[in-house]
Design a protein around this ligand. Sequence first.
Ligand code: SAH
Length: 247
Amino acid sequence: MSPSECVARAALRIRGEAAMGDFDEARAGMVERQIVQRGVLDDYVIEAMRRVPREAFVPSDLREFAYDDTPLPIGGEQTISQPYIVAKMLAAAELQPGDRVLDIGTGSGYAAALAAEIAGRVDSIERDASLAESARERLQRLGYENVEVHVGDGTVGFAAHAPYDAIIAAAGGPHVPQALRAQLAIGGRLVIPVGSSRHHQRLVKIVRRGEHDYDEHGLAEVRFVPLVGDDGWPEPEWAPHPDPRPA
Ligand code: SAH
């Protein structure tokens, strides 16, 4: 390597490290201002948010906004949720080490990564195959070996690996899908947005107390993308037909 090449590489390395450093600082600031100061005090969630690099879950041209107090577009009309909302949902789900978790609406994989930092095993379901594929690659690259990403309809849950200690959904349907209640372990927690409009919901928490005994209460008014599936909203009418017939 020529001396000038050597200098250029060193400069690149230093710039790269500085950029990483900036993200570390931005992440710490986000956790303090958006999570702790707003009253999310679950230590597992706080630690997980300090570790997971949200900048790796947003499109590269939006990285500088990775720690803003807002959802961001991730393609296919979907979004990575606002950090505070994810923290609030995870805290409400009372994740514990060793828990089996179902994450509905993988999207970027950010919430799945946070859950995987705390829990034992995470199944994450995404109906959009290309989002699922990118999330799977990203989670693998970042070393999350306890997350499995599945392509499918989360409104029917994931019976093969049920029961779950916690289920979180990042998309809102008109009601709580029946399969999700049924796939909760006794003592399990389900946190899901539910509302009569596709884009405006109430975040609800359901705890399974016994075989036929569920507690339910509201947590906040929220805006998630629609939960589209067999026990959710129907496919939007303008969506391309999966198997178009010749005209
Ligand atoms: N947890 C994600 C947020 C993604 S937005 C993150 O951290 O980035 C919600 C996602 O739910 C979208 O990607 C959407 O495609 C997906 N979704 C909507 N309905 C679904 C369904 N029935 N099953 C699985 N995924 C669904």
